[in-house]
Design a binder for this molecule. Structure first.
Ligand code: PEP
Ligand code: MG
Length: 747
């Protein structure tokens, strides 16, 4: 842009800002703004159209068109040149508007007299709020400088107004972030909840879109970019041993941070009068539009990187940290792109619901949400862009649906649903102290999964007989340094006390895969789920395992103790781990600590190989617990965190059930107790199938015990077994359809 044009643009922005700061009524201010733009751009017409609802645009102010058309003229998204600008989120610039495809003649505006048209989307961070239009009689194309100046003005409009505030009573309340939005995602954890949005990474709030002193503003921008580059370099330096994926992301960050064209575009924005922050947001908006329109997954990811980087830059400029000071609302529903188990644990149980853009059912963050019975919806596309802190939100974990800023009808239907669920919970409470005895007389013992002290209070209220899986790594994940032996022993002792003499199967540390300790050096592994994790780490670097075993023995303090090792793939691993336990017992006895009155040492069966271990394994091990989450991913070679492949394979697949039945047989032959502690144990239909093929012990999240028991008490397991055999004989892939059918007829 030429110097003269830049000065002109800055003048206009300055006047706009003054107008916006005036204490006039909303409509009067909007009228003044269009007049200002028309004068400055030397066009006969300037109009602002805003969204009335998600589909309709309304003329809200005009200089040049008939005044009577204001708040009367409306068009649908995509209709006419204005509607097309809004839909494509791109500028439409034409010298002969009536000749354009889709031109709509609106007699009430007197529009036909104007030939040239330039429509610019008014958008904030990728969401369109409306359209700014200039028109003139002369048949001419607006120059690129003029279009650019309009884009800058549109940016300021979007930023400063939250436009809804500008229109009067009953007129279009168009601010995009005020409308109800429905998201269709997928179920991560069932349950319904009502609350308010709490953004995991809140957006930075920009309060000064127009700058007085462009020179000073340029320096601020350049310094901030310099700081950003240094911080990205630092991240890369410390990340050399981190997994390759993270390095790739950081490399992309570095590329963007050093991109001349990115900086040049922002510098141009600043020269036209925008503040450094507004310039960053303007370019971020452009990138978001491209992101939503790109069919190329790789490009979309890179644009996501640029988006993250822009947020970082905004934080540097505004001095706002990750915490923008937004208070956690009452009944907070966490909204995030994705979240790791450690970060989720930091929020604690205060959360009422969780909504993620990405995420997967098999991830440990989902497991934490399940353990806490917090409704979780995953794959809610764009929710982080739409949601604002404090927005009302309804999470329907059963359907995988989220209502953001719901209207009254939706709210009341939803409240009915919550009340119905509460009644179901009351029903389950009435069978809490009864056994999970099926009609055929078989009893299945139901246990709960836990990992934190906070989980233990659910033990008596859920009706669980004990803790079938205590994931000890969760305690490690919530800290920022390695816990000490004395701390661990005190903690395990409290767990045993809270269990009140009921059995707790402590699973030794399962670190690796998606569970990364912030204070341990991460490994550079191409496939961490199949990498150096769990017992593999414990045996190769036994320091932490030994400390943990000592802490457990001390915590037991002469009481019975159950310990199981995760991810045992072959007999020798079990033997080596068991030898560590024997050594620990010996050492503790020498040191004078009481040894447990009874000790059980078990193995988790999470890899198909262990089912084919020599008989000696089943004879030597005190108990086996099937970790169905990992077992399933390795049985089908389908990543538990990758929704696309995970969903392809049903737990009720006949081959998978046959494999488990074989394990049941091998354990029975050796007289070894067997249980199943993967997430599937907590799903009533899956639980029924597992019981039918011979499992007599299931461990699940506490909230599942009621529904599972309720179903088991109403069915005959031998009939379920017959259905499985028939399905297998027929060559069905899964037993789900016949089983669901049968249940619906017999319940
Ligand atoms: C499993 O794999 O089924 C299991 C219970 O362990 P985790 O989910 O903690 O990997
Ligand atoms: Mg596992």
């Amino acid at each position: 842009m030429s110097d003269a044009k830049e000065t002109e643009s800055r003048k206009l922005l300055g006047r706009l800002r003054d107008t916006m700061a005036e204490n006039a009524a909303g409509q009067a201010r909007l009228d003044k703004i269009v007049a200002l733009i028309a004068t400055s751009m030397q066009t006969e017409v300037c109009s602002i159209y805003l969204f009335r609802d998600a589909e309709t645009l309304e003329l809200c102010a005009t200089q040049g068109l008939q005044a009577a058309a204001v708040h009367q003229t409306r068009m649908r998204l995509g209709e006419g040149l204005v509607g097309r600008t809004a839909r494509s989120r791109q500028v439409i610039n034409t010298a002969n508007a009536p000749a354009e495809k889709g031109f709509r003649y609106m007699p009430e505006t007197g529009e036909e007299r104007y030939s040239s048209f330039c429509g610019v989307p008014v958008q904030r961070l990728g969401s369109v709020l409306g359209v700014l239009v200039v028109q003139s009689k002369a048949e001419r194309l607006f120059s690129s400088d003029e279009v650019y100046a309009l884009e800058v003005v549109a940016m300021v409009l979007a930023e400063m107004t939250e436009l809804g505030a500008f229109v009067g009573e009953g007129a279009a309340l168009s601010a995009r972030h005020q409308q109800p939005v429905l998201f269709r995602g997928a179920t991560g954890q069932e349950g319904a909840t009502e609350g308010r949005v709490y953004l995991h990474e809140p957006r930075v709030v920009v309060t000064n879109p127009v700058a007085d002193d462009p020179e000073k503003e340029l320096t601020r921008l350049q310094e901030a970019v310099g700081e950003l580059r240094v911080s990205v370099d630092e991240m890369l330096n410390t990340a050399t041993t981190v997994n390759t994926e993270q390095v790739q992301v950081l490399e992309a960050y570095r590329m963007f941070a050093n991109s001349r064209s990115w900086l040049r575009r922002m510098e141009d924005d600043v020269k036209s009068g925008l503040s450094a922050e507004a310039a960053v947001e303007k370019e971020q908006s452009v990138a978001r539009v491209r992101m939503s329109q790109s069919g190329d997954a790789y490009l979309r990811e890179r644009l996501h990187d640029l988006d993250d980087l822009s947020n970082r830059l905004l934080r540097i400029l505004t001095g706002q940290g990750k915490e923008t000071g937004a208070e956690m609302p009452e009944n907070p529903v966490l909204v995030a792109r994705n979240i790791g188990p450690g970060e989720l644990l930091e929020y604690g149980k205060a959360l009422k619901g969780i909504v993620l853009e990405e995420g997967s059912v098999g991830s440990h963050a989902a497991i934490v949400a399940r353990a806490w019975a917090i409704p979780l919806v995953i794959h809610a596309a764009n929710v982080t862009t739409e949601a604002l802190n404090g927005d009302p939100i309804l999470v329907d974990g059963d359907q995988g649906i989220v209502h953001l800023r719901p209207d009254e009808n939706v709210k009341s239907a939803f409240r009915d649903k919550i009340a119905m669920q509460a009644r179901a919970q009351e029903r389950y409470a009435t069978i809490r102290d009864l056994p999970a005895q099926a009609l055929c007389g078989t009893t299945v013992s139901l246990h709960m999964n836990a990992g934190l002290m906070a989980d233990l209070p659910s033990l008596p209220s859920s009706g669980a007989e004990g803790v079938g899986l205590f994931r000890t790594e969760l305690q490690f994940l919530i800290r920022n340094q390695m816990p000490k032996r004395a701390e661990l022993s005190a903690l395990y002792s409290r767990v045993m006390e809270a269990a009140g003499g009921r059995r707790v199967a402590f699973r030794t540390l399962d670190i690796g895969s998606d569970k990364v300790l912030p204070y341990m050096k991460p490994n550079d592994e191409p496939n961490p789920a199949m990498g150096w994790r769990a017992i593999r780490v414990g045996l190769d670097k036994p320091g932490v395992l030994r400390m943990q075993l000592q802490a457990l023995i001390r915590a037991a303090n002469g009481r019975p103790l159950s310990v199981m090792f995760p991810f045992i793939a072959q007999l020798q691993e079990f033997r080596d781990a068991k030898a560590e336990m024997d050594k620990a017992l010996e050492r503790e006895a020498i040191l004078g600590y009481p040894v447990p009155s009874k000790i059980e040492v078990g193995a988790m069966l999470e890899t198909p190989s262990l089912g084919f271990a020599p008989d000696a394994f089943f004879q030597e091990v005190d108990f086996v617990s099937i970790g169905g989450n990992d077992l399933k991913q390795f049985f089908f070679a389908a990543d538990r965190e990758n929704e696309r492949v995970r969903r392809r394979y049903d737990t009720l697949n006949v081959s998978f059930l046959s494999y488990i039945e074989m394990v049941v047989g091998r354990c029975a032959q050796a007289g070894t107790p067997l249980s199943f502690c993967g997430e599937d144990a907590g799903r009533p239909i899956e639980a029924a199938a597992l019981a039918a093929i011979g499992l007599r012990s299931l461990s699940m999240r506490p909230a599942s015990i009621g529904p599972v028991k309720h179903l088991l008490r109403r069915i005959d397991l031998s009939e379920v077994k017959s259905l499985i055999i028939e399905a297998r004989t027929r060559g069905d892939q899964s037993v789900r359809a016949p089983l669901t059918d049968w249940l619906s007829q017999h319940m």
